[in-house]
Design a protein around this ligand. Structure first.
Ligand code: MSP
Length: 523
């Protein structure tokens, strides 16, 4: 069985991690965890991009050596992954020898194959984007768009990779693999980009201008262009591990799809004679309170502080519940708190509390065997509420899996929480607190049925959540006395799983959040 190999973009270490970085890790983690639940063997890579002008400049500003600077900032990214419960198997840094060796080797191979040539370049260069510009990049009034920062005219000799030669191959590849990019409409954007002739890619920077990079193996006067270096991380991290390459999914933001991931990367691999990745998932961007994220305006979310204050699972839940994969979304504390209260605390948290409370009051703290058999529930008109809840479960389970397979995690979560809502409604309808006061045998049987039903429904609801809220699922399992066994799909089957389980007295899963002004995390 081939390992399901999934990666995130590797983040620039020129600043601290922010919400956009956190989202991408969590989204990728949800996919990785879901695939593991489905029985796949998964390899999950993340890491940091440490070379290039931006990092060199940031280190200079701090007055420290770039390597020391990278050592420090990369730690923050690693710590963020740990804090957010990211289940990555590896964390790669592009300054590591294992990565540099592969980049050098591939460059040398391409050079030997005649895929790289030296030429004089005269034209405009954007330092901020570390990129050569073309006439078509100008705005209608002739000026350069703001994203390029300061643009200077330069003349220099550089090394070029023969990208243009592969243009027709790439177009055909995209036509043959029409699901290469998710969401699909982005594949059209790539083809539109390829409607114009490609230029060869400048893959070197003279040392006088940029020192902080991997030296070209065939000319020590130059370092490697940061994108040529960075993209190789996906391969260098697993080259020595059999059965992993090619990647099944590269998860990236929409800003770095065209041209780096959808054009440079498949062509680089093709030229090296290596298999191309199977797919790329391009997610949207978060804005904060309706505006672009920016440190200078304070419109910023520090994921570690936020998770510390409101809970790791609550943050993971919000990001996945709020954003439709591929679309943009807005992050606001009000919207976060609204979902926290209505979906987590008052819906799921409430069901947990009720289940524990009712089981303790009327079952002596032990989940009773149902007062009605599965056959009776299927046939007896008086047991319609139990029957309907089971039918809803069957539908929810099937839809949840299908939606997750299609990356519709936000709708999948909505369905999971609709099942929790329906279970709360069921509890109100059965009102075990009323049945508990009656000594009638029929009421006593129904009381047992209702306690068993609510506990089983809660167990199943929680079993839908581990990809998004891993520790919440574990906490719920612990308080309902459930020791999971078998495959995930086995655990999703309605049964008498919890009969005889000892439940906890109380649980606080989602404490009332502190008032925003009291906390450290600013939104
Ligand atoms: N170093 C390159 C990627 C190299 S991959 C071989 C880079 N780094 S980055 O730090 O600028 O961005 C890392 C990832 O974070 C990108 O996928 C980017 O789209 C994502 N995000 C950055 N800001 C974001 C938001 N505001 N919202 C969501 N994701 C965003 O690009």
């Amino acid at each position: 069985m081939k390992t399901f190999y999934i990666t995130t973009a590797i983040d620039y270490v020129n600043g601290s991690p922010h919400l956009g970085h956190a989202y991408e890790k969590v989204l990728t983690d949800v996919i990785a965890r879901f695939r593991r639940l489905m029985g796949d063997q998964v390899y999950f890579l993340t890491g940091v991009d440490e070379h290039g002008q931006k990092v060199q400049q940031s280190a200079k500003k701090r007055g420290i050596d770039p390597q020391a600077f990278c050592d420090e900032v990369s730690q923050e990214f690693r710590a963020m992954c740990a804090k957010l419960d990211i289940s990555n198997d590896d964390f790669i840094r592009t300054t590591e020898p294992r990565h540099k060796a592969v980049v050098s080797r591939l460059l040398q191979q391409l050079f030997d194959q005649g895929e790289i040539y030296k030429a004089e370049y005269k034209g405009f260069y954007s330092t901020r984007q570390e990129q050569f510009l073309q006439e078509k990049d100008r705005q209608p009034d002739g000026s350069w768009p703001e994203i390029f920062g300061e643009v200077t005219e330069i003349t220099e000799s550089n090394y070029f990779f023969k990208l243009a030669k592969y243009q027709d191959w790439l177009i055909q590849f995209l036509k043959d693999n029409d699901d290469f990019i998710f969401p699909r409409y982005r594949q059209k954007q790539v083809l539109e980009f390829l409607a114009e002739p490609l230029n060869d890619l400048c893959i070197s920077r003279p040392k006088e201008r940029l020192e902080w990079g991997i030296p070209l193996p065939f000319d020590a006067g130059y370092v490697t262009y940061v994108w040529f270096d960075a993209l190789v991380n996906y391969y260098s991290a697993v080259e020595d591990k059999p059965g992993i390459w090619p990647a099944d999914f590269h998860v990236i933001g929409k800003d770095i799809l065209v041209p780096p991931h959808a054009v440079y990367w498949p062509i680089m691999l093709k030229a090296c004679g290596l298999p191309t990745p199977k797919s790329i998932l391009a997610h949207g961007w978060w804005s904060i309170n309706g505006t672009k994220m920016s440190k200078s305006t304070g419109n910023f979310v520090e994921p570690m502080a936020f998770a510390e204050q409101y809970g790791v699972d609550a943050l993971r839940f919000f990001m996945i519940r709020e954003m439709s994969v591929g679309q943009d979304s807005d992050f606001s504390l009000n919207q976060f708190l609204a979902r926290y209260n209505s979906e987590l605390a008052n819906n799921l948290g409430n069901l947990v509390n009720r289940t524990l409370n009712m089981t303790n009051r009327f079952g002596g703290g032990v989940v009773p065997a149902s007062g009605a058999s599965a056959a009776e529930i299927a046939a007896d008109a008086a047991l319609a509420p139990e029957r309907e809840l089971r039918a809803l479960w069957e539908k929810t389970r099937a839809e949840f899996i299908a939606l997750n397979e299609g990356f519709q995690f936000h709708i999948a979560l909505e369905r999971a929480f609709a099942f929790v809502t329906a279970t709360n409604r069921y509890v109100e309808q059965r009102a075990p607190w009323k049945l508990g006061k009656s000594t009638e045998p029929a009421d006593q049987a129904l009381l047992k049925t209702s306690l068993a039903t609510m506990a089983e429904a809660l167990r199943l609801g929680a079993t839908l959540l581990p990809a998004v809220m891993p520790s919440t699922t574990e906490k719920i399992y612990a308080v309902i006395g459930y020791a999971p066994a078998g495959t995930w799909r086995d655990r999703l089957v309605w049964g008498e799983t919890l009969t005889g389980a000892k439940v906890a007295e109380t649980a606080i899963l989602f404490p009332r959040p502190q008032a925003p002004e009291a906390g450290a995390a600013k939104v």
